[in-house]
Write a protein that binds this ligand. Structure first.
Ligand SMILES: [Zn+2]
Length: 262
């Protein structure tokens, strides 16, 4: 199946300041994460015959040109949202979805089929797209090749996120194509790296609480050694996501403001 990537400059916390849009298949094709509408994406959309538009999740840095393409493509277009998250999709894109998909659904494109894989955690509506019969998997903000992924704030859930990493590992695609940054040629290694990063961070959060830190800021001061500067709010949200998971696991008690050892 044809797969083309365009890195689009966006307002994003991703280090290179771009979000990847992808066009899959041809006549009909699927457009994933149209974060903006540079001319070369317009041209691809036209040439590949896009008839489906979807996002991996409705964060603002993934949806910028959904409305434009939904309105301006010169053939009938279906805008897809994840079932149960239609309002979230509409709030973010300004477009009411024409149809919804759910985990396991398949979409037929020219040149192959993609399967929808629910990957909540980074966002509650997050999905991936797996090209069937051993094709690449589009993993959105679940995995990046370098650095780490934000799991905190706005409906994020650390337990779900770790489960989504397990699902991607079980899928074992030959390549993963992320929402930010370059293709991931060794998906299992990338998933392992992010899982270990989370486990390490979780242990540090728990240790900080065991040693008397109670609030997210106190925990941040102990569990994150580096200078956080402009990522402080994101780091704080991530600490809270870890606390929620540790509380759900019975490892400590977290009341939404203070954590205490159990
Ligand atoms: Zn995101």
């Amino acid at each position: 199946m044809d797969v083309v990537r365009r890195a689009i400059p966006t307002e994003t916390s991703a280090p290179d300041g771009t979000t990847n849009a992808y066009v899959l298949g041809r006549d009909p094709a699927l457009l994933i994460d149209p974060a903006g509408c540079p001319e070369d994406l317009d041209e691809l959309v036209e040439r590949h015959g896009v008839e489906h538009i979807a996002v991996t999740h409705a964060h603002p840095d993934h949806v910028g040109a959904v409305a434009r393409y939904a309105a301006h493509i010169d053939r009938p277009v279906t805008c897809w949202a994840a079932t149960g998250h239609e309002d979230r999709f509409e709030d973010a894109t300004g477009v009411a979805p024409d149809a919804t998909f759910t985990d396991g659904d398949r979409l037929s494109l020219g040149g192959g089929t993609v399967r929808i894989v629910a990957l909540p955690g980074h966002a509650p509506d997050h999905v991936g797209f797996a090209v069937t019969d051993d094709g690449p998997a589009f993993c959105g903000d679940c995995v990046v090749r370098d650095g780490s992924v934000v799991v905190g704030g706005d409906g994020a859930n650390m337990r779900d996120y770790l489960h989504s990493l397990d699902r991607l590992a079980a899928l074992d695609p030959p390549t993963m194509l992320p929402g930010h940054g370059p293709p991931i040629e060794d998906p299992l290694a990338a998933v392992d790296r992010l899982r270990s990063h989370r486990e390490r961070r979780e242990r540090r959060v728990k240790d900080a609480v065991d040693r008397g830190a109670e609030t997210p800021d106190e925990i941040l001061a102990v569990a994150y050694e580096k200078d956080l500067a402009d990522v402080r709010a994101l780091a704080r949200d991530t600490v809270i996501a870890h606390l929620e998971k540790l509380d759900a696991d019975g490892e400590l008690s977290w009341d939404g403001a203070r954590a205490t050892p159990t």
